[in-house]
Structure formats: structure tokens, C-alpha cells
Design a protein around this ligand. Structure first.
Ligand SMILES: [Zn+2]
Length: 598
């Protein structure tokens, strides 16, 4: 066909109208207008949200789908669990309407009640097949929202009122669903980092909340991360710019909660209200954890949202998206989240080592590290890491925890060998992969280019193997002393327990431990112990696990009385004496400074 006869016009934007329909029934109403539909138009809702590797079946909350064209109702054929097809006139606009039930108080789906609203596009916005790359517009309308509610989202505003209600635009479907929306009467503050405007929104903050402290600390984290990734700007005297023109933190403070999900220019976070900084008192450990979460999700703006597994070049919203690289994207992000807090001056060496200590002990107390490599853990995240059960510690290793320690081993090895560090590797990858898709070969090539040698052996062992990491040798070399201490009782016995209402419930029996040898099982209620012989024989009811030390001090074995399926069992339990954990401390401040201060 001659070029001049037909010219494809830019597709008209798809348009979603989201109304706060009924906060008490937790319902949003969505109206989707497709200006140029296909004759057989297919639409579908994602089954997962990028960043959280579990099929969550968001379609289960989509209700009452209807299709109309020019006022006429059309038949809808459902073609699978999350897809529908509508036969229509392709010359006229097709309008779909439905409601979405929103009552999951997490960062992954959607929420609506009289106190606040929150949603991800993956829960509310049907994907119009064939038009994913067209501009997507979103109009947010207060509907029946309580008076005074505002809007916060990372989407570009086209025409909105001073509270943020109105029309927004995304370049494509990926961007639309990568910009969560917060609705409500929230606290809001602003700062600049790297010359770019940042906004911090907090829902559910208590009256004691010290917003200026949170803003100042978040700003230091952001400046430190921007300097980390764009250090070339430092050398030339230019300030490096982050890869976004604005950034939004959405933090939901609840009675009890923790978590975050990264997005291209925003993040959704949950923390416990008690962990927020307060005007009247010094922040505690919970606040350090919150700063670590802020640091983690912000670092992801570079590491996984832009630099990303090659398998995530185009997300497939219809099924699992497998990659072996989460040890890099989650693990290395976990390594740098606390390290950047140290470099930002928000924690000192002692606190940093305490956090590192915790990660090391967690790994060493996970028998699954000898069963599964971090590359396998990444691939299997969909069926293992995100589906925790009583056997999880025996079957899997965390690609967050061990991945962070692989990063530590690479960083300390590079530093020990010469002038380079893992920081240089991260920046080399950013430029080598042009802030886009990456493979393990890229990691190996960047390591080799900087250090002049192959790192295949280390990656093979640490990432694809199940042997122990050389943590002791590397930490001691960099100024850290390692002390061995007797482990907690649960760890010595090879158990994880719950203690409520004066009863000890067995949650997990660790592989190869004393509890497993005795025949204890997850789900058992550990009622008590009997010890001694003859006239010296005594029996004791356990209210908490540590009571065992009270009654069985000096014993090498006891009879454990457990209830399982209403049967009472007496199990012979040996009490091991030789289980140790590590305690890290500062040995050489100068050596440590070269690493933690750089
Ligand atoms: Zn993460």
C-alpha cells in the first residue's frame, strides 16, 4: 500500500473514571471508555503486581462487569478467570463499568473505608488488550468520599483541583498501574533531593507525629542514594540527577504493620504508628527499621524499576514472571538499604553492625540455606517464598537475606583486592545496561571489567551453590570482631514457637535439630516436662519455652509432654549444649570506616 493513502493516527487515550462509590461497602466504581475498540475487544485484570511475586487473582474482587455502546447493553463473554471479550461495533466508543471491592489493608491491592482509600491500578484498571501502549487517562472523582479528602499519586496531573481530584495521564498501561493512589485526609510534606521535588504523605499518623523529623531524615536518605548512583556528577562538579522528575512516598501508619512496594517514581509503605518519630522523645529501633524501609524502596527506583531482570523487560500480567535474579535486585537492595543509612549518618557503626548481625544469624538459623540456592529461591518465589508454611525455613532461603550477604561478600572481596567496591559495580551496571534490562552475564562482565579477573567461581558458589559464605574471614579483614555466644533456647532445640495464653505452640521444627530427633511436630502444644527418676521425679507445666531453663537446669535430657490431635505423647528430648550464634563488634574503627564511610 502506498505510504500516502493511510496514516495511522495516534490512538485516542483510554479513559478510566474511578469514583469513591461506597466507603462503608468498600466499593470503588470504575467506568472504562475505549474510544476505538476492536470488533472482538478483549480486556483482562492482572493476576499479580510487579514487585510482589505471587499470583493474587485480583479479578476475585471485580464485580458486576457491564458493557454498553451508544446506550445499548452488550453481551460479555468471560474467557478465563480474569479475561472478558465483548463483540462490538469498532467504529463507536465502548464503555465498560464495574465495581471493585477494596478491603485489603496492604500495599499490594486496594482499600476503601471511611478513614482512607488506596489502590493500585492492577486491582482497579482492566487492561485493554491491543492498546496497552496507548496513553491511559484516569479521572479520580470523590463521589461519596468524606469531605476534605485529598489525592496523592505519582501520575502526571492533566487537570486537577487543589485537593488533587481530577484528570491524570499515563503514557501507557505499565505506567498507569505503576502509580498507586492514596485518598484521604492525610498529612503531607515536601522536600527537594538532587534538585527534584519529593512529597511525603502519611495516612493514620497519631497526634504525636514529628513530620519535620521524618522529612529531614528521608531527605538525607534520598540525597545519599542519588549521590550513590550518580557519583560521576561529583567528580565533574555537576550534581547527578535521579531518573525521575518527582517522587512520592505514600506511608500508611497502622496499629501493626510493615511492608513496602516499589514503583517508578513513588512507593507505598506501611509501618506501625509507634515507629513514627515523635516530637517529645528519642526515636527507637522501630524508627530505624522504618528508615531502612524508606531507603530500600527508594533504592529500588534504580535497582529493579529501571535496571531490571531481562525477563521483566515487558511484564506479563497474566501469569508468573520467572527470574533467577531476585538475589541481585532484592538482595543487593537489602545490602544497600542499611548501608546507605550509615553513610547518611542516620545510624552509627554499632547500630549498623547490629543490623548486619541480625541478618547473619537469620541466615545461619535457616536450614533451607543448605537445600536451596538464592538463584533457585528467586525462581521459586511464586510458590515458596511468598507461600510461607511450617516447613519454609527447612526448604527455602531468603533471596533478600542471603542475597544481601552475597553483596557483602562481593563488596568486601573487591575492597580487599584493590581500589574498587561493589558501589562501582552497581554504577557500571547502570551505565552498561543503560538503566534497563540486565542479565547475570552483565554482572559478571562488570565485575571482570573493574577488577581484571573472573568472578564466575564466586557467583557459582555463592549464588548457585548451597555452601556457607566466607563471612568470618571477610568481616575480620575489614575491622569486625566476631564473638560466638550460646544461642537462644529455641534455636538450641531447633524450634520456632508461639507463646500465647500460657501455652507453648510449636510453629516450626528445624531440620536436623534436637526437637526433630525427639519427634516434636509443628502444631504440637508443648504442655510440660518430666525429669529425674524415682523419688526425685518431678513434672512441670510449661507456660513459656524459657521455663524449661527454670525446671531442667543441668539436665541433659527430659521427657516432653505434648498434645497432638487430642492425644498426649511423651517424647524423649536431649538438651543440646553446643549451639552458637554470632555477635559482631567493632575491632578496628579505621578499617571499618574505609568500608562503611565510603
Ligand atoms: Zn525490595
Amino acid at each position: 500500500m502506498p505510504r500516502t493513502t493511510r496514516r495511522r493516527t495516534t490512538p485516542a487515550p483510554l479513559h478510566y473514571q474511578v469514583d469513591v462509590a461506597d466507603p462503608h461497602a468498600h466499593l470503588y466504581r470504575v467506568t472504562l471508555t475505549i474510544a476505538q475498540p476492536d470488533a472482538q475487544q478483549r480486556v483482562s485484570l492482572p493476576v499479580w503486581i510487579p514487585g510482589s511475586y505471587l499470583v493474587r487473582e485480583f479479578a476475585k474482587s471485580l464485580l458486576g462487569l457491564q458493557a454498553r455502546q451508544g446506550g445499548r447493553a452488550l453481551l460479555i463473554e468471560q474467557t478465563d478467570k480474569c479475561s472478558w471479550q465483548i463483540a462490538c461495533d469498532p467504529g463507536r466508543a465502548l464503555e465498560l463499568s464495574y465495581t471493585v471491592y477494596a478491603f485489603d489493608n496492604s500495599v499490594r491491592t486496594a482499600w476503601l473505608d471511611s478513614q482512607r482509600g488506596f489502590f493500585n491500578g492492577t486491582s482497579l484498571c482492566l487492561r485493554v488488550e491491543g492498546q496497552e501502549d496507548a496513553p491511559h487517562e484516569l479521572t479520580l472523582s470523590p463521589g461519596n468520599a468524606p469531605a476534605g479528602w485529598q489525592v496523592a499519586t505519582g501520575l502526571d496531573a492533566l487537570k486537577v483541583d487543589r485537593r488533587g481530584w481530577g484528570r491524570y495521564r499515563a503514557a501507557d498501561y505499565d505506567e498507569l498501574v505503576d502509580c498507586p493512589v492514596e485518598l484521604g485526609a492525610f498529612w503531607s510534606g515536601e522536600f527537594k533531593a538532587g534538585g527534584v521535588p519529593h512529597r511525603f504523605v502519611v495516612a493514620g499518623a497519631p497526634p504525636s507525629f514529628d513530620g519535620s523529623r521524618l522529612l529531614a531524615d528521608a531527605q538525607r536518605i534520598c540525597e545519599t542514594a542519588i549521590r550513590f548512583w550518580h557519583a560521576e556528577g561529583r567528580a565533574t562538579g555537576r550534581t547527578g540527577k535521579p531518573p525521575f522528575s518527582n517522587y512520592l512516598f505514600l506511608l500508611n501508619a497502622s496499629d501493626d504493620g510493615y511492608g513496602g512496594l516499589e514503583h517508578r517514581n513513588s512507593t507505598a509503605l506501611i509501618c506501625g504508628r509507634r515507629d513514627l518519630p515523635r516530637a517529645e522523645s528519642k526515636p527507637g529501633e522501630g524508627y530505624t527499621t522504618l528508615l531502612g524501609l524508606i531507603s530500600h524502596e527508594y533504592f529500588h527506583s534504580w535497582n529493579v524499576k529501571r535496571l531490571r531482570p531481562a525477563e521483566f523487560t515487558h511484564y506479563d500480567y497474566t501469569q508468573e514472571n520467572y527470574t533467577q535474579l531476585l538475589w541481585f535486585f532484592e538482595g543487593f537492595t537489602s545490602y544497600y538499604d542499611d548501608l546507605l543509612l550509615r553513610r547518611a549518618g542516620l545510624i552509627d557503626d554499632t547500630v549498623y553492625l547490629r543490623l548486619l548481625n541480625k541478618s547473619i544469624n537469620q541466615l545461619q538459623q535457616t536450614p533451607g540455606r543448605l537445600v536451596q540456592s538464592v538463584a533457585q529461591a528467586s525462581y521459586d518465589a511464586w510458590v515458596k517464598y511468598y507461600r510461607v508454611d511450617e516447613n519454609t525455613p527447612n526448604a527455602t532461603v531468603s533471596y533478600y537475606g542471603k542475597g544481601a550477604l552475597v553483596a557483602l561478600c562481593l563488596d568486601l572481596s573487591l575492597r580487599a583486592e584493590g581500589r574498587h567496591s561493589l558501589d562501582d559495580v552497581m554504577r557500571a551496571l547502570w551505565s552498561r545496561c543503560q538503566a534497563g534490562p540486565m542479565t547475570q552475564d552483565d554482572v559478571l562482565a562488570a565485575l571482570q571489567a573493574l577488577s581484571g579477573r573472573s568472578w564466575t567461581r564466586e557467583i557459582q558458589r555463592w549464588v548457585h551453590g548451597t555452601g556457607e559464605l566466607p563471612l568470618r574471614e571477610l568481616l575480620e579483614r575489614h575491622g569486625v570482631a566476631i564473638h560466638e555466644e550460646a544461642a537462644q533456647l529455641a534455636q538450641r532445640l531447633g524450634l520456632r514457637v508461639g507463646e500465647t495464653g500460657g501455652a507453648v505452640q510449636i510453629k516450626t521444627v528445624l531440620r536436623g535439630g534436637a526437637a526433630e530427633q525427639a519427634g516434636l511436630a509443628a502444631g504440637d502444644e508443648w504442655l510440660g516436662v518430666e525429669l529425674g527418676r524415682g523419688a526425685a521425679r518431678s513434672g512441670w507445666r510449661l507456660a513459656r519455652l524459657d521455663d524449661l531453663l527454670l525446671y531442667a537446669a543441668g539436665q541433659t535430657r527430659v521427657q516432653a509432654l505434648v498434645a497432638r490431635d487430642r492425644r498426649l505423647l511423651t517424647l524423649e528430648l536431649k538438651l543440646p549444649q553446643t549451639v552458637h550464634t554470632w555477635r559482631l563488634s567493632v575491632q578496628d574503627g579505621q578499617k571499618l570506616k574505609a568500608w562503611l564511610g565510603a
